[in-house]
Design a protein around this ligand. Sequence first.
Ligand code: UDP
Length: 334
Amino acid sequence: MSKNVNSVLVTGGAGYIGSHVVSALLDAQVTNLVVLDNLSTGFKESLTKDINFVLGDIQDFCLLSKLLAKERIDTVIHLAAKTVIPESITFPQRYYQNNTFGTLNLLQACVENKVKNFIYSSTAAVYGKAEHNIAETCSTKPINPYGHSKLMAEQMLIDTAKSYPLNYVILRYFNVAGADPSTKMGQRTLNATHLIKAAVQTACKIVPYLAIFGTDYPTPDGTCIRDYIHVSDLANAHLSAMQYLNEEKGSAILNCGYGRGYSVKQVIKTLEKITNESLPVLIAPARAGDLPQVVAQNTKIKSLLKWAPQFDDIEFIIRTALAFEQKMLNIKHF
Ligand code: UDP
């Protein structure tokens, strides 16, 4: 791959998605790469030792401003965020403080330091309506504080770009899962709440059973349907977004998903097929803030960024998540 001329700051680069984005940027040989992370949910071990790592918070304006100036950053990839919907319902302030105020702070520092490109990690939670084939033009009506906190940040970015020479790509992630196929990175989060991570932790006997949150949803098998996207495909979408911004074609809001969904029960069945063991499950009440079905329409990202996913395969996604979990446990493969 030819050398890339960007000087890039990745916030949240030690996190699950961030570490995969950083790895993709290293492969693309960006001229300068800086990772900022407060390590609240990230792990330094997810990064190679030679990374220019800064321990700090996006709410620290002085730190941000100095860093952007010193490193002559032209592109910010902003992933630092709190991302757990149930937690956002219990502790909404944490989400507005970190996701909304933190992004405002970062945007202010970017404007003052003439950052040209801003790639923002947003979420399907901004739509808030149960739908199949959700297009970027669908109405945005979040149903939980997490979705609201991210949508407000989107709006601040859009408005900033109207008044300053800054272009953006907002990537609305659907359900990110899996791990780097080499297992050098993956989701290290300790108290996992996301389905595939929780399921592979159950398969590895780290937790005794998987709770199925609700079986009475208006879906074919009664459990919720999600569009699971492999984290490496998502990481590559960030590189394509940077390329798009470098070509000065303007700004864009893009869904990141494969355009098809799997139910909770289908995920469990696939995992059972891989391990050849039945997974201990418990039927639990529906979780607050969950929608029956969230599936992307992805024609826009494919046409605008020429994004070509490589791992659109639910079995592969679960296999890589399981392989990483086993590596962390240092146990034998099934
Ligand atoms: N889910 C579940 N058991 C779990 C975790 C999740 O049944 O231990 C369900 C959850 O209710 C939702 C789907 O799996 O219907 C995806 O949830 P996740 O937390 O992975 O992502 P979200 O879509 O909420 O961001």
